[in-house]
Design a protein around this ligand. Structure first.
Ligand code: AMP
Length: 254
């Protein structure tokens, strides 16, 4: 049976007792709406640690767009079944109040890499992400924490934040899990029509096969994508594009 902790305090109290057994703890933070991308992180964590804590928290402070937050898929019961089937023993599912006793008057700011790519188009997004991840890492007190390369910019910012603030948890990156047609799995994909889901597989196909950036951009526009950016950085090519008002991101190594 999975044990659910609905406040930071409850987990931290349990963790203190648990630490005495000197086991390694892996941590996988999520926003729920679990899919095989999340499962891959959890399986890696289960494989590399004695115990695993997963968190589900739909973090409002990282949503710069209210309707994106309101329409974000939520599947509490299904998520708990998935975690139970995977063999996860501990779930942290805190309320906003318990995680933000300060009501977001305190936050983490990064001034360089959070301002480019997604940061340019989603003002305040990474401030919310870094703030919630700092809270969660402090609460979890894990040995290892797992993040997907699907959100590569997020992973980089978190890895650098952990260095900047001397947090002792090791940050581990995990490869992108895709549908057979190449579309990167994402909770938001649920909001796509069948037709757009098929069309969306072109996002990966084009950024991974069309070498010339302008050519790739042209092809995406022709297919109906509203491209926010197509940029190269950190030896990767990054894209963010909207289709049917659903925002998709992806990246590939160059
Ligand atoms: P989210 O619930 O979207 O905040 O994602 C939780 C974690 O799962 C983040 O570290 C994501 O990067 C990771 N993740 C989401 N989708 C995928 C995917 N398709 N492949 C690998 N990791 C993923």
């Amino acid at each position: 049976m999975i044990e659910v902790f609905d406040s930071p305090e409850k987990w931290m109290k349990f963790r203190k007792l648990h630490k005495l057994k000197s086991k390694t703890l892996g941590f996988v933070p999520t926003m729920g709406g679990l899919h095989k991308g999340h499962s891959s992180l959890i399986l890696k964590a289960l494989n590399e640690n004695d115990d695993v804590l997963v968190s589900i928290f739909l973090n409002p402070t990282q949503f710069n767009n209210k309707s994106d937050l309101e329409n974000y898929p939520k599947h509490d019961e299904l998520d708990i079944n998935i975690l139970t089937d995977l063999g996860v023993k501990y779930l942290l599912k805190p309320s906003y109040q318990s995680l933000y006793p300060d009501n977001f008057t305190y936050s983490v700011n990064e001034s360089v890499n959070s301002k480019i790519l997604c940061g340019e188009f989603r003002p305040g997004h990474f401030q919310g992400v870094l703030t919630v991840v700092l809270k969660l890492l402090n609460i979890a007190q894990a040995d290892n924490a797992y993040f997907g390369e699907k959100d590569y910019q997020q992973y980089r910012l978190i890895a650098d934040m952990v260095d900047a603030f001397f947090i002792e948890t090791r940050i581990i990156s995990c490869p992108i899990i895709r549908e057979d047609n190449g579309l990167a799995l994402s909770t938001r994909n649920e909001r796509l029509s069948e037709n757009s889901k098929n069309l969306s597989s072109n996002l990966f196909k084009i950024i991974s096969s069309v070498e010339d950036q302008n050519e790739a951009l042209k092809k995406l526009h022709q297919l109906g994508f509203e491209v926010e950016y197509l940029t190269e950085k950190w030896n990767r090519r990054f894209v963010a594009a909207k289709i049917e008002d659903v925002r998709l991101i992806d990246n590939v190594t160059i």
